[in-house]
Ligand binder design. Structure first.
Ligand code: CMP
Length: 146
């Protein structure tokens, strides 16, 4: 069965790595079912990352995510949640360089905050974040293209 996940190309990766990342996404068999480029407001970034509200890095994270455009993508394929997380690699690029040198974060990320890409961690979180970012049209099959 096909699965959807929400992927985000973060502001640190937009200028230099967006095209490479999008090409690699397509090359790994994901369909890009929806996408939009957007500058997040503080309000939206705070809500998007509400699970991290109590973390010491929360305000830095929100500042960073609002500093320029992000690319928001709905990715569809079998096992999309797990496969996109594997493609990203660990949150911390230093760890990514050790354990998965081919991953996007190993190759493109500067540090644990500025880590180039985001992906939902579970199917349930993916559904919640997709409808938060894209609204209820996210399941409309007619919008799917590759
Ligand atoms: P992401 O996968 O989008 O989920 C939460 C984000 O918070 C994470 O990527 C990083 O951008 C950031 N983050 C996670 N842990 C830390 C940390 N220890 N210090 C700073 N930023 C972090």
């Amino acid at each position: 069965p096909k699965q959807q996940t929400l992927a985000v190309i973060k502001p640190d990766a937009m200028e230099e790595h967006r095209e490479d990342i999008m090409e690699e996404i397509r090359g790994r068999g994901f369909s890009i079912s929806q996408l939009k480029e957007t500058v997040l407001s503080r309000e939206v970034a705070e809500e998007f990352y509400k699970e991290h509200k109590e973390k010491p890095f929360f305000s830095q994270l929100v500042d960073f995510m609002c500093r320029g455009p992000c690319m928001m993508l709905v990715l569809t394929k079998e096992n999309a949640v797990e496969d996109w997380r594997a493609m990203m690699g660990p949150t911390d690029p230093d760890k990514a360089k050790e354990t998965s040198p081919q991953s996007l974060r190993a190759r493109f990320a500067a540090d644990i905050l500025h880590n180039s890409v985001h992906g939902s961690s579970t199917e349930q979180q993916a559904e919640e974040k997709i409808s938060f970012i894209f609204g209820d049209i996210s399941t409309d099959a007619e919008l799917t293209f590759t």
